[in-house]
Structure formats: C-alpha cells, structure tokens
Design a protein around this ligand. Structure first.
Ligand code: SF4
Ligand code: SF4
Length: 206
C-alpha cells in the first residue's frame, strides 16, 4: 500500500498543482503567480524563513510536493496581509499559506515540532473542551512540554510575567480544577460537529 509519506518522498509530482487547486482554499490562484517577488520582499520575515510565498508557489508548479508539504514556511505566516495588498495578481497569499499548512497537517507531513503548529493544536484542544481558553492549563502545557525540569526552568524565567498576570486577575490557580465554560455546552458541541460535517462535505465534493 502506498502511504502519504511514500507518495511525498518522490521528488517531482506533475499533478501537485492540481492537488493544491483541489485541496487548498485559494489554490486555484497559484497558477496566476508571475514570480515578481513582491510578496517575498514585502513579508516581514524577509530572508529569515525557509521559503517565501513566491518560492512556495514556484515549487508547487514545479511539482516539488515533498519540499512544499514538509516546509515550515506556511506555519510562519503571521497573517499580516502585507503581501496580499501588494500582489499585482491579487493572489490570496495568506489564505493559500494557511490552506497549505492545513493540508500538510491532514496528510501527517507537517513538521512535528514546529512551534506554531504545536501551539495551534494545543490552543484548539484547550478551547474545544469548554468553549473558552483555560489560560493556566495552556501556559503550563507549553512550559512543561519538554519535561518537568525544563518546565520548572521556564516557569522560573517567566515568574515576573506570571506574578503580574496573577495580580491582574488574568491567571486564576482555581482554573486547574476545570475552569470556566460557556453555558451552552450542547450548542458548542453541535457547532463543532457542524464545522466538521461541512469540511468533510467540501472535501468529498472537491
Ligand atoms: S506578489 Fe503575487 S505575483 Fe508576485 S511573486 Fe508574490 S504571489 Fe506571485
Ligand atoms: S501575510 Fe504571511 S506571507 Fe504575507 S507578508 Fe504577512 S507573514 Fe508574509
């Protein structure tokens, strides 16, 4: 059986552009990119990230499936929209970058320890249960993700911020016991189920 990893490890995929057009929101616009480089020059990350949007779009058209889907570039986008307002071809660059991140995550190809991805998963898992973010659990989860000793070091380094939040009432130790929830828990569950249903339907019809 061919796995997603096997498929991705082939160097060139002539049908990768079609896959992006089908699976990624805004992906049908990738072929409109004229490689002018304005987005790369406008992005606050500038030369600091692995692949600029310009490079990612060129790689998609070249069929470099593995390199694109395992890149951490899509996870670095801060949604500042600088590139979008300047793109002469009006590509929805931010939407495409986030769509590529979601697609690579779905396929299990996204870089596992990429910090933005890690935080997104923790954040979603945290709020999904109660409909509200439990700041204490989220913070402690991040501090202790690399083990107990690393967690203590992180907590010590950030103690002034933590104390400030405690004093301001932004961090409540009682949140460890469960925390506050939205009143309509059934409504929340129904809403999340609906989102999942719409996503599955769109994927099936895509
Ligand atoms: S600014 Fe638009 S057209 Fe130019 S390289 Fe970026 S995505 Fe392509
Ligand atoms: S929206 Fe994302 S890709 Fe575009 S300039 Fe901002 S950080 Fe860069």
């Amino acid at each position: 059986m061919t796995t997603a990893h096997d498929t991705a490890s082939r160097p060139y995929h002539v049908d990768f552009l079609r896959e992006v057009e089908r699976e990624v929101e805004g992906g049908e616009m990738v072929k409109m990119c004229m490689q002018c480089g304005v987005c790369a020059g406008s992005c606050p990350f500038g030369p600091h990230w692995q692949h600029s949007p310009q490079k990612i779009f060129m790689m998609i058209r070249a069929g470099q499936r593995q390199e694109v889907l395992t890149s951490d570039a899509m996870w670095m986008c801060t949604s500042c929209y600088n590139c979008v307002v300047r793109c002469p071809r009006k590509l929805p660059i931010t939407t495409i970058m986030h769509g590529l991140a979601a697609h690579s995550h779905k396929l299990g190809l996204a870089p596992k320890m990429q910090p933005t991805r890690d935080f997104s998963l923790r954040f979603f898992d945290n709020f999904r249960r109660a409909g509200r973010v439990n700041e204490l659990k989220l913070t402690l989860g991040l501090y202790f993700k690399d083990g107990f000793v690393a967690g203590l070091k992180n907590a010590w380094t950030m103690r002034h911020v933590g104390l400030g939040l405690l004093k301001a009432g932004r961090l409540n130790p009682l949140e460890m016991l469960g925390g506050h929830k939205v009143k309509d828990q059934r409504g929340l569950a129904a809403m999340l189920a609906k989102v999942q249903e719409i996503e599955q339907r769109e994927r099936a019809s895509g």
